[in-house]
Every structure is written in C-alpha cells, then in structure tokens.
Write a protein that binds this ligand. Structure first.
Ligand code: SF4
Ligand code: SF4
Length: 85
C-alpha cells in the first residue's frame, strides 16, 4: 500500500500479545492478505507474512480480546534514502 499523496510505500508492524489471545482464529479468517496464522503448537495467532500487510487494521478492530496492535513503521523511502546530513 502506498501513501495516496506521496505514492511512497507504507510499512506496518503487527504485534500479537500472546497472553491476551484466546485462540478464536477470527483474525486469521478475516485478514484479506493472509498475514496471520494460528501457531500449531500453542494455538496463538502469529504473524507469518508481514510483507503483504496493507495496514487495514481489520485484525486489530475485530479481535475480541484486544490482542493485536497494528502500527505504521518508517516508510521504505525514508529507510533507503535518508536525508543528507
Ligand atoms: S482475533 Fe484475537 S483472540 Fe482471536 S485468534 Fe486473533 S489475536 Fe487471538
Ligand atoms: S492490518 Fe489488515 S492486512 Fe494487516 S494483518 Fe491486520 S487484517 Fe491483515
């Protein structure tokens, strides 16, 4: 996903708080780009494909246990092309 005004790619970090996750699988089912899966050993949601996260925040909004946080990180442009000093 890119910023509409600048066309700069946007990046996201998705954090699952293991102690809050109640294994309902809702986030895995609703994520449109399949970023999340249930860990087969502890049955807690985990991030498996962060690169395709669009930052839609559906998982964060719909998790019934407030176990997911989606944060925007630095853009690729800022990381690859830092301002001259
Ligand atoms: S929606 Fe929330 S509680 Fe349900 S599996 Fe995902 S992180 Fe866990
Ligand atoms: S923010 Fe959207 S794309 Fe990213 S993990 Fe959550 S539901 Fe999936």
């Amino acid at each position: 996903m890119t910023d509409r005004k600048t066309n700069v790619p946007r990046k996201w970090d998705v954090v699952v708080i293991p102690g809050y996750c109640k294994n309902c699988t809702l986030c895995v089912e609703i994520c449109p780009t399949k970023v999340l899966e249930m860990n087969e050993y502890n049955q807690i949601a985990e991030v498996v494909n962060l690169d395709v996260c669009t930052g839609c925040k559906l998982c964060e909004m719909l998790c019934p246990d407030f176990a997911i946080e989606v944060r925007e990180t630095a853009t690729e442009a800022l990381e690859e092309d830092p301002a001259p000093s």
